[in-house]
Write a protein that binds this ligand. Sequence first.
Ligand SMILES: Cc1ncc(C[n+]2csc(CCOP(=O)(O)OP(=O)(O)O)c2C)c(N)n1
Ligand SMILES: [Mg+2]
Length: 235
Amino acid sequence: MVGEIGAFLDAVSGVEGLGESVDTAWTERARETRDRVRATQRSGLGDHAVLCDAVRAALPREAVIARDVTIASSSWGNRLLPMFDPRSNIFPRGGGIGQGLGMAIGAAIADETRPTLGLVGDGGLAVHLGEILTMAQEKPWLVLLVCNDGGYGVLRNMQSGAGRGTYAVDLTTPDFALLAQAVGVEYRRIGGASEAHAVLEDAVSLRAPVIVEVDLASYGEMPTPFTPPVTVPSS
Ligand SMILES: Cc1ncc(C[n+]2csc(CCOP(=O)(O)OP(=O)(O)O)c2C)c(N)n1
Ligand SMILES: [Mg+2]
């Protein structure tokens, strides 16, 4: 790879314009646009931006962050959460829910020297809930952050936004404290933004599998409910 890059650089070294200074105005415009987009995204999150900040603050730079397809990923995990290395940034681009826990367990077992955080929703987690047993058995350094809104929140938002009420989006979810107890892993709860930093710092310090539930009923709504850029059929 290094040899190929060297050969490429040799080949283009005589090309006119290369090596001249970059257009600083363009760089500045890109930076301003990025800051504006991030500020707009953040303003729609309200207290949920605190969760994003707390996740980053609680983890070392090299921590792996594996995300399922959930509102927390789509609204801040994939957009605002700083990532420092592509190899620590895991997300299923295919968009299927349910892979988050398996990816997080795999990452955590692959490198036991750094913590892994799995960001999942209650609905996605339910798809492969049995993998909780793998987590309990293998005991990886894994913080499983479960954003529990009692169902398929993103579909709920889409249906509400379309103004026709909601259907088939409310799920029976486990009592996560009892579930953790049943399989012998630690459990922590975040019931409001003011708790996020301390709970996550504590969870990471355990160096063990831990379920951290964000109890969204108590945590509160996002000022701008997240909806994906797709339309609900009209009939
Ligand atoms: C395998 C699969 N089934 C259904 C969907 C459609 N889908 C996308 S997000 C979502 C809701 C997931 O619920 P949850 O994990 O609780 O996240 P929330 O939207 O509540 O944040 C569903 C059903 C999908 N992406 N993949
Ligand atoms: Mg949910």
